[in-house]
Design a protein around this ligand. Sequence first.
Ligand SMILES: Nc1ncnc2c1ncn2[C@@H]1O[C@H](COP(=O)(O)OP(=O)(O)OP(=O)(O)O)[C@@H](O)[C@H]1O
Ligand SMILES: [Mg+2]
Length: 311
Amino acid sequence: MDTVLEAHGLTKIFQNVTAVENLTIEVNRGEVVGFLGPNGAGKTTAVRMLCGIIAPTRGYAIVAGIRPEKEVERLHEVIGLLTETPGFYERLSAKRNLLFFGRFYKHIDAEVKTEYYLKSMGLWERRNDRVGSFSKGMKQRLALARALLHEPQVLFLDEPTAGLDPETALDVRSLVKSLRDEGRTIILCTHNLEEAELLCHRIALIKTQLLEMDTPENLRMRLFPRQLVVEMEVISRNVIETVNDLVFVQKVQQDGSHLLVEMDDIDRWRSTVIESIVQTGGKIISVQEKKHSLEEVYLKLLHEKNNSVGA
Ligand SMILES: Nc1ncnc2c1ncn2[C@@H]1O[C@H](COP(=O)(O)OP(=O)(O)OP(=O)(O)O)[C@@H](O)[C@H]1O
Ligand SMILES: [Mg+2]
């Protein structure tokens, strides 16, 4: 695997607040990693260290082969950054702003890229308007255009859809998805767990320290037992007992018209469960495996970690 970003024991202490403690991660080329965690968990601080905006108190990072705090200018030629509160020259037009920032990059034609990204962000019609007159969503799209102008291979997106209307958020999400499909490496801070599920290969759960880092699927499997959900017309006591008696079944519960059957190897035993229900006279409407949402995974993980810290 080609590691594009790594952090080793990255720590930031502000006066008496430890914002990030001992963050060690590796991110591969083309991977989208979601930074999740409660408010004040240190996500933005971690991103700011990875981008060389602030120096770590301890530890170090290597991003695209560069030590951020040592060569911040060279780093910013190869990374794109969307901050929580992007700043623009409010009295300049959208186009002038992008041209201004675009001139810092020697390897691109700023005019061409400005036009391309203003169009792709749906801002071309408003290109000559002052940024000060833009709505929050328009500024956010302009900030994304600025982050992409120089075609960076590594992107840091700190809450790219926060405060956007549902339609604009959807547009931004599909844009991030297309960047992912192009093989860019992306660190995405978000509180929107559906967004994280849709876009991220792996999730890094951060609460000052890195609590977990894995694919949503692995986290799900580790936290929740696998469950087959059998929807039926009527669930008789007989059906429940029959299923409960199957040796490979760990637990059976009824939830309205759904029978929840807990077992490890669902793929192997699915048809046996169905057959025994049918033989008992049960009428099945549908059968599927329960998929816990990333929100359930996130809450359970945080709950577990809180308990283990308190223990
Ligand atoms: N410049 C600073 N000076 C002092 N403390 C800071 C500074 N920046 C961040 N902090 C503190 O560091 C901690 C982590 O903040 P950070 O902004 O990284 O959290 P976050 O995970 O991005 O939160 P959110 O989800 O609200 O954006 C907080 O306790 C915050 O008050
Ligand atoms: Mg933040």
